[in-house]
Write a protein that binds this ligand. Structure first.
Ligand code: SAM
Length: 290
């Protein structure tokens, strides 16, 4: 175990609470602490063993919320591992999957009979199944497999692959594809998880990058990112869908769904089907025809 634990402390005014906690929900899969200050501000504390992850997170927070005040530091790392592990409970997702960490993998067959385990080593990358945006995508993948819309031999693009959880789920049902992420730490973790799940490198290729690296078209495109990048990348994401293919967008709050859907309709898509979980929404097009 690393002897140092790094801490990012960010204090934000009351009016920025929702934006900052929304950003942390998407960026910090392993959780954080919050403290309400007498001034009305909230102090957020994020602990992690990867200093570069916290530095990058601080830059993202500064870009999104310039008035937030952040500082990175380090503290002595005691035995956090046991407590941290307790957070990573198995998560049944959709009808087909259970996502669980390596130390619980052996229990999958007895505790979750009939479900396909996706083993994820929890690190800083997003995608342990605990967040609704991931669970929604795995539910859609389960449904599309049940309907026969997704089938072995088809090709997928997993844009914003994080831990690789969605691509791994597809590969476990015989699809082949590609995962891309702008975060190099996510790509490292996805490579590790690909191996943990016994998936051949050629079946699920992984690289740092985004939609501009995509030249081919895919039977299914999965993109669990935020509303803004999904909006900016809309023409290219639609262009990455093979005629008649499926497109699944997640990472949107339900209140953002109309706006994102309109942008994709302007790119030639019809109205989307929606799947909601709490405040989160996935948009699904089962037959992309433009
Ligand atoms: N696919 C995983 C899942 O469903 O749990 C992770 C989704 S996580 C919400 C979003 C991921 O997209 C992060 O790993 C982030 O680094 C990545 N990302 C953000 N913007 C991106 C972009 N423009 N292109 C590719 N990846 C991006």
């Amino acid at each position: 175990m690393n002897t140092k634990l790094y801490r990012l402390e960010v204090t934000a005014p009351e009016e920025d609470y929702d934006r900052l906690s929304g950003l942390l929900t998407l960026e910090v899969a392993f959780g954080w602490e919050e403290e309400s200050l007498p001034s009305g501000e909230t102090r957020f504390r994020i602990h992690c063993e990867q200093e570069d992850f916290l530095q990058a997170l601080l830059e993202r927070i500064r870009e999104a919320i310039p008035q937030a005040v952040g500082v990175c530091g380090s503290i002595e790392n005691k035995d956090w591992l046991g407590a941290w592990r307790e957070f990573f409970t198995p998560v049944p997702c959709g009808t087909r999957f259970v996502v669980l960490p390596p130390w619980l993998a052996e229990r999958a067959a007895t505790d979750f009979p009939g479900r396909t385990p996706i083993v994820i080593e929890p690190k800083s990358a997003f995608g342990t199944g605990h967040h609704a945006t991931t669970a929604l995508c795995l539910r859609v993948i389960s449904d599309l497999l049940d309907e026969g819309r997704l089938a072995a031999g088809q090709r997928f693009l997993d844009l914003g692959t994080g831990t690789g959880v969605l691509g791994i789920g597809c590969c476990l049902f015989g699809l082949r594809g590609r995962g891309l992420d702008i975060d190099p730490l996510a790509v490292d973790n996805a490579l590790e998880n690909r191996a943990l799940n016994g998936i051949e490198p050629a079946t699920f290729t992984l690289a740092q990058g985004s939609i501009d690296a995509v030249r081919e078209q895919y039977d299914v495109v999965l993109a669990n990112i935020l509303a803004r990048p999904l909006t900016e990348m809309a023409p290219d994401i639609v262009g990455a869908c093979a005629p008649g293919g499926c497109l699944v967008l997640s990472g949107l709050l339900e209140i953002q769904a109309d706006g994102v859907e309109r942008v994709y309709q302007a790119c030639g898509l019809p109205a989307a089907r929606r799947l909601i979980d709490g405040e989160w929404c996935a948009l699904i097009w089962e037959h992309v025809t433009c």
